[in-house]
Design a protein around this ligand. Structure first.
Ligand code: IVH
Length: 676
């Protein structure tokens, strides 16, 4: 055979393999038998062996273990998969319990029982069962939407496919951890960096047969959506899980009181090295489901659970200096500059000291020898000082009573909620009067959640500030582009791009605008509430004229702290000037009330491909204004797929398979009566 025809033959087989993989993973069915599939793979491998010049990124020889596939269908979790807050010390746990007792309005002697579940460091998964049958399995994904890895999960022996127990709920999402035992990992050492990567890599194999080769384990610990679960507490649930055929952690315990949690923690930590699986802490969950329900959630994690982490990454170093950083709200944060040290593979040269109180409590001084900890993605911090190594020369650190940037007095404010002075010391100047605060405010203004100006990051803010190009937010929209073009690292094209992304953000929603101002205590949620309340930029701006601050307290979700902060904002001359100037430059959208029974009520939409003369963001808001919803993937829940130019073929094919209505832009606009 000639070289060309061999290449052609090889390419044909690879194409066929890709096609079968796709059919199998996206649509869950295969046209060929397993042995035919294996035959095809073998053919390809043999060809490669024989003719060394044959190469393809889709070759089955490259498949095992390395590349996570992007081919999995995304599916919404019926209830989100949350994460846990971390605790590192007994103090953190006492604080956790105190907050719970306060929330439940119980006194300090109340005995709270927790399950203590060693936290396996693996990959979490959610398994949906209906009438005792495993119907799907998702990865955690971003917590809201996971990947459909059913076929891969189904290869795991610990995961029951059918459960016949009478008391197994009619419907339930069982959640737990997929992991690999240390002894099994020994055989995979040269392919993966650690057991966690090995588990993750194998779970996301395109071919479940490759997943099956890896001895993955599953331990169940939680549940998401359920219908018909008749259990009142977590410990009982864990017991039921094993009756139903799931594996649970053999070290799970039911424990009352923080003191006993600590005893158990120390005991488990000693056993840690002898276990056949990696654990990085212990998860505590309030046992009683009715209390869990009352406590609910904050942001992304439940109030009723916490992960007590093992001190994994500690090292000893020396404090070279203490720097004071100034934040957007004027908070002075001390940072220890330490002698650079490698902690768990990362070179650490800074450690946060949190605030003045923390420095005093631990009596941290420049020159001290300290234990530094780096755990997870958290900024490294100082655990303790080795007093034996302290030299007499190391004098007590005096926290500055003047702002190092603008020289204003620094103050500790009285907190209306805790009725105590704040631990944080702040610069008392009024925002834009302090340079450091101004820079941080500008960084916030251009940040992702606010104006989201493409290519205008923190570094650019700092360099434009130094060059005197920006002082206030309005300056961003009146940049001297000729000057920028002459700067090092800039050119015609990059300036053109910058100008484009800045002009693009001259149209902005009231909500993002308010958030972007960086008013203290006004985060995204509060900015949303305020924008709904005011409806227009003018109404918002006029607050300083009509003085109706006290009315704001009637907004559900806005409290005294926020009202005060808004008052302070509007009483500052410079802020009013910023508002005036931005009002002239920007076009700030009014908030349109959401129609409850709009034309698109109960209808779901997804757009694929490019639309003509209308952005996706606008389509999304049109849908939402008319009480419809947008979804991010094709599933049975989708009613309409709006198809534009160059759509994703797979989405269209999937929609056809599921009999979903496929419409074009005009048909969509007609639904709103927007054509003509
Ligand atoms: S409960 C809302 N229990 O830790 C409760 N998680 O940050 C969320 N994990 O993503 C999870 N063992 O991967 C829970 N016994 C256990 C766990 C556990 C390990 C992992 C899980 C989760 C992460 C939480």
């Amino acid at each position: 055979m000639k070289k060309d025809s061999i290449k052609k033959e090889y390419k044909k087989k690879i194409k066929l393999l890709i096609y079968y993989n796709k059919r199998y993973y996206n649509d869950n069915y295969s046209k060929i038998t397993d042995s035919e599939y294996d035959e095809l793979k073998k053919d390809i491998i043999n060809l490669e062996k024989k003719y060394k010049y044959l190469k393809s990124k889709d070759s089955p020889t490259l498949e095992i273990g390395y590349k996570p596939s992007k081919n999995f269908k995304k599916i919404l979790h019926r209830t989100p998969m949350l994460s846990l807050a971390n605790a590192f010390s007994e103090g953190d746990l006492l604080n956790f319990e105190k907050k719970i007792l306060n929330f439940l309005s119980r006194n300090n002697n109340s005995n709270i029982s927790y399950t203590a579940e060693p936290k396996i460091d693996g990959i979490s998964a959610s398994l949906s069962y209906k009438n005792g049958k495993l119907i799907s399995g998702l990865s955690r994904g971003d917590g809201k939407e996971g990947e459909d890895i059913t076929s891969n999960l189904a290869t795991i022996k610990d995961i029951p496919k059918i459960i016949l127990s009478k008391d197994f709920p009619e419907e339930i999402d069982i959640r737990g951890e997929v992991f690999i035992q240390n002894t099994d990992f020994d055989n995979l050492k040269d392919k993966f960096a650690n057991p966690r990567n090995a588990a993750s890599g194998s779970l996301r194999q395109k071919d479940p047969k490759d997943t099956q080769k890896i001895p993955l384990k599953f331990i169940a610990y939680n549940f998401g959506f359920e219908k018909g679960l008749k259990i009142n507490n977590q410990f009982e649930y864990l017991k039921k899980l094993s009756e139903w055929g799931f594996k649970t952690n053999p070290l799970n315990k039911l424990i009352t009181g923080v003191k006993n949690l600590i005893k158990n923690y120390n005991h488990v930590e000693k056993q840690r090295a002898d276990l056949n699986f990696d654990i990085d802490g212990i998860v505590y969950k309030i046992n009683d489901f009715s209390l869990q329900k009352r406590l609910g959630y904050v942001a992304n994690s439940p109030r009723w659970a916490i992960a007590h982490k093992f001190p994994s990454n500690k090292a000893i170093s020396k404090i070279l200096d203490i720097d004071i950083q100034i934040g957007r709200t004027g908070a002075l944060t001390p940072v220890a500059k330490i002698k650079p040290i490698n902690i768990g593979g990362v070179l650490v040269s800074n450690a946060t000291l949190h605030n003045e109180d923390e420095i005093n409590r631990k009596d941290i001084r420049i020159g001290d020898t300290v234990t530094v900890e780096r755990a997870g993605d958290v900024i490294p911090h100082i655990l303790s000082v080795d007093l034996k190594k302290r030299s007499k020369k190391n004098s007590k650190f005096i926290f500055p009573n003047k702002c190092p940037s603008c020289g204003s007095k620094t103050i500790k404010e009285f907190n209306l909620i805790t009725k105590k002075n704040d631990a944080v010391r702040r610069c008392s100047s009024e925002g834009y009067y302090c340079d450091k605060i101004s820079i941080e405010k500008l960084k916030h203004f251009v940040s992702k959640e606010a104006f989201n100006i493409d290519g205008f990051g923190k570094k650019i803010v700092e360099s434009f500030w130094k060059l005197n190009l920006i002082r206030f937010p309005q300056d961003i929209f009146q940049l001297d582009y000729d000057k920028i073009e002459k700067l090092d690292g800039w050119g015609k094209l990059s300036v053109k791009n910058l100008r484009y992304s800045i002009n693009d953000k001259k149209k902005i929603s009231l909500e993002k605008f308010i958030y972007g101002l960086g008013i203290r205590h006004i985060g995204l949620e509060n900015a949303k509430l305020l924008s709904k309340y005011f409806g227009s930029f003018l109404n918002f701006k006029n607050l300083s004229i009509n003085n109706k601050y006290n009315d704001l307290i009637n907004i559900d979700g806005i409290g005294e702290t926020q009202v005060n902060s808004i008052k302070i904002f509007f009483s500052n001359r410079l802020n009013l000037k910023v508002l005036d100037e931005l009002g002239k430059i920007l076009s700030i959208h009014n908030v349109t009330a959401k129609i409850k029974n709009g034309l698109l009520n109960n209808k779901t939409f997804l757009v694929t491909g490019k639309l003509d003369g209308i952005s996706r963001a606008e389509v999304k808001s049109l849908i939402e204004e008319n009480s419809g919803t947008t979804v991010s993937s094709v599933s049975k829940k989708l009613n309409y797929l709006i198809v534009g130019d160059k759509p994703t073929k797979r989405k269209v094919l999937n929609a056809k398979d599921l009999n979903i209505k496929i419409i074009d832009q005009n048909q969509f606009l007609k639904m709103l009566d927007k054509t003509s």
